[in-house]
Design a protein. Structure first.
Length: 157
């Protein structure tokens, strides 16, 4: 009985790891075609999503328009991530989840993250100001077409 349950548990872990890696690949493909580009900064430097982030530095998400000539509606707009959820996970098990208002997540040294742990990011809103000073907000349903998805998983270094 215990052996069968253990096999089932291993299968669930294996499938969830495949799903996470597939989500990262899909995000990269969609992100290349989207009008807005999501950038990740850690330790004051831009990081690729597959490179990982530093355990003891803040994480910043930035949004910038891509290919203004093909997307004239975004010309002159300034974008900022307005709300996102950051969840740390170790070996597939979620530890701490934080709702972040604004582009910067301050990671405290007391948050016991280890090399190889994950940070799962779910973007919930993007704020913008156009060239005339008008403000707006893109919500969850619109993010798929704007940035190519709203869920990203990165690893701690």
């Amino acid at each position: 009985m215990l052996n069968g349950l253990f096999r089932y548990y291993l299968l669930i872990i294996f499938l969830s790891l495949i799903q996470i890696s597939k989500a990262q690949v899909d995000f990269g493909k969609l992100n290349e075609k989207s009008p807005l580009r999501l950038k990740l900064y850690s330790g004051g430097h831009e990081r690729n999503f597959d490179e990982g982030i530093f355990r003891d530095s803040n994480v910043t998400l930035r949004i910038e328009p891509r290919l203004i000539s093909e997307n004239p509606a975004y010309k002159g707009r300034k974008f900022q991530v307005s709300e996102w959820t950051a969840t740390t996970a170790s070996k597939g098990v979620s530890k701490i989840s934080v709702i972040v208002s604004g582009p910067v997540l301050q990671i405290s040294k007391s948050q016991e993250v280890k090399k190889g742990d994950q940070l799962k990011i779910k973007i919930k809103g993007i704020y913008f100001i156009d060239s005339e000073g008008n403000e707006g907000l893109f919500k969850e349903g619109e993010l798929e077409s704007l940035i190519g998805g709203d869920c990203i998983t990165v690893f701690f270094l």
